[in-house]
Design a binder for this molecule. Structure first.
Ligand code: FES
Length: 626
């Protein structure tokens, strides 16, 4: 029998492939081998196939950097993906690595039904498994649109290979009648004006042309921009990575730099996501979240991300969000909490300038993807150059002169939300509503809402509390951004009402504003939910100062309603006639028999206070199931 170590085929395979040697399975092409029951043959076959792509032995001996490509013809937020990919590859090759790109799922907010959030966990699974399965020594994660960066970080933490984020960057603002506009705060403001009859069909069509004038993510402090800033604060992206515009040359330099740093990561394998991230990194991220008046969606994402990390899971929860908020001022004057756009934030110094202001609150010893601590990175970034006194881009307030003194994002609890709820107090348009009692006007799902909200017969006043049930993670899969319930037309048009207290178990867009309580847990379709038994006319009290959200009912009355509801829960037809899409507890019962990804989602998704992740993907695994 031939000794394979002495064959010419063995010589041809090169030193990495000396078939007489035991394989070191940890780096380069030798890792993550396909299983044929013969590891040497697996490597031999892999080399044969990769040579079909034209690589030389020299190229294949380099550290391999995978670049996760999320370009898609249905994702305009990632439309600059090809240019970023090319620049990141340049950075890898300049640093002596071999760049290979591979695709994963891409999600855009407007092109994913029922919601992109329904697919976030699928994208995280895709990301995790492709990083784990393929022979890459580190990865550059190109993402941007709202759910993509959280999905990528969740997956990267679980895969735990060295990874660096590269976001696509914000779009430029557009212009209408000489006024700057941008997705998506101005989409919502102008749509509300159109609904109220303040602008006509021609004008809303003109606005439509200018709201998203370039490639890139929404140009305000929505979820995408928030997550970009948080990636910096977490230490998973360099300081200058968050804010350059998608269409700028600076963005391409950021991409090249990400490629170079990804090669550095291959030589520092301890800098994995689990090695970098700590409780302190998450506290830094929450500090930034509060200081930028960031998206409420980021709360859900941060909880999901933290719960992927074995050493952080359980240490970051809704209480942490509120505690950090109480000591953190709102410093960044961007829509929807303020007036400006991401391009202004970038011109004002971006994340380095903000982090300098926040120094007293930050854990400066937290590690980052560069191998330096956050404090070292700030030192290396140098002092922030002061802006001219009346600079129009001056949207970062000094620490002692904030836009809002503290707690832009607040966690509420009470009998309506025993496991918590979130409100972006800084985005309230009528601050009197932050302490308010009023009678409930209840909608049992989005179909019921669409049918009745503009009815002249709707019994609602400006003091009413609009309650939307059935839009939680299970009640309306994906927990849609329907929490910004529109002001009933008759109140908006006839009385000029611009804000009302609205509560739900759903989410709202990070670009939206108003006095809106979200993410109520447990959600209304949970058989134990109090939100699920609220009825028209019940008095609801929300008090941000005392962090309280209550329905003014006795415990006996609540328990009696919950019992009554559970006795009728099996009557799905009755529920459907009452609630339409999402309002029915029948979802809770029927999920056991659902097929495919939807069935997996419905059986496995946890509640908003845990991140709406799949229980089997968390660090605790399904054993952590409630
Ligand atoms: Fe992609 Fe807003 S739709 S960031």
């Amino acid at each position: 029998m031939n000794d394979p170590s002495k064959t010419s085929a063995n010589k041809m395979a090169g030193s990495d492939h000396d078939l007489a040697k035991p394989l070191s399975p940890t780096t380069g092409l030798r890792q993550s081998l396909s299983s044929y029951g013969d590891t040497h043959f697996s490597l031999f076959l892999r080399k044969a196939f990769i040579k079909a792509l034209g690589y030389s032995e020299d190229a294949l001996s380099r550290p391999i950097v995978g670049i996760v490509n999320t370009s898609s013809g249905l994702n305009p937020c990632h439309a600059n993906g090809p240019q970023l990919l090319e620049a990141a590859k340049r950075g890898v090759h300049l640093a002596g690595g071999l760049a290979v790109d591979f695709p994963t799922i891409s999600l855009h907010e407007s092109f994913a039904a029922p919601t992109s959030m329904f697919l976030r966990n699928l994208m995280s699974m895709d990301t995790e498994e492709m990083i784990r399965a393929q022979p890459v020594d580190s990865v550059v994660l190109i993402g941007g649109c709202d759910k993509t960066t959280p999905a990528q970080l969740m997956g990267a933490i679980s895969a735990n290979k060295p990874a660096i984020h590269l976001v696509t960057g914000p779009m430029m603002p557009g212009s209408h009648n000489g006024v700057r506009i941008g997705a998506c705060t101005d989409c919502r403001n102008n749509w509300a004006k159109y609904r109220a009859g303040a602008i006509d069909i021609e004008e809303i069509a003109e606005l439509n042309d200018e709201l998203a004038p370039t490639a890139g993510t929404c140009g305000v402090m929505g979820t995408a921009s928030t997550m970009a800033c948080l990636l910096v604060a977490l230490g998973m992206m360099p300081l200058k990575g968050a804010t350059p515009a998608a269409v700028s040359s600076a963005r391409l330099r950021v991409a090249e730099d990400a490629g170079t740093r990804a090669v550095f990561l291959t030589q520092n394998p301890h800098l994995t996501p689990q090695g970098i991230l700590s409780r302190e990194s998450f506290v830094n991220a929450i500090t930034v979240l509060q200081a930028i008046g960031g998206s409420t969606n980021a709360v859900v994402h941060l909880l999901a991300i933290a719960n992927r990390h074995p050493a952080v899971a359980g240490q970051i929860n809704l209480n942490t969000i509120d505690e950090v908020g109480r000591r953190t001022p709102l410093l960044v004057d961007l829509k929807p909490s303020g007036d400006n756009y991401m391009t202004d934030f970038h011109a004002a110094g971006g994340m380095p300038a903000l982090l300098h202001q926040l120094r007293p609150l930050l854990h400066l010893d937290a590690l980052t993807v560069t191998g330096h601590t956050l404090g070292q990175e700030l030192y290396l970034a140098g002092p922030v150059r002061p802006l001219a006194p009346n600079s129009p881009v001056n949207c970062i307030r000094p620490f002692d002169s904030p836009l809002y003194p503290q707690s832009s994002l607040v966690v509420l609890r009470g009998n309506l939300a025993p496991r918590g709820a979130v409100i972006k107090a800084s985005a309230s348009k009528d601050r009197r509503l932050l302490s308010h009692s009023g009678p409930a006007v209840v909608f049992r799902g989005t179909a019921d809402l669409a049918q009745r909200i503009d009815s002249p017969d709707l019994t609602a006043t400006a003091d009413s509390v609009l309650v939307l049930q059935g839009i939680g993670p299970i009640g309306n899969p994906g927990m849609p951004e329907a929490g910004m319930v529109p002001i009933p037309r008759k109140l908006a048009v006839e009385q000029g009402v611009g804000d009302m207290l609205r509560i739900s178990d759903g989410r709202m867009s990070g670009t939206a504003g108003g006095t809106i309580v979200l993410h109520i847990a447990p959600e209304s379709v949970d058989p134990s939910s109090v939100l699920g038994v609220v009825e028209d006319g019940d008095m609801i009290t929300c008090d941000v100062e005392s962090r309280s959200l209550r329905v003014e009912l006795t415990d006996e009355e609540i328990q009696s309603r919950i019992l009554r509801r559970s006795q009728t829960a099996a009557t799905a037809a009755e529920d459907t006639s009452l609630g339409g899409a999402g309002g029915s507890t029948s979802h809770w019962v029927e999920r056991e028999n659902m097929r495919g990804y939807r069935g997996l989602y419905m059986r496995s998704v946890n509640q908003a206070d845990e991140g709406a992740d799949f229980d089997f993907l968390t660090a605790a695994g399904p054993a952590g199931r409630n």
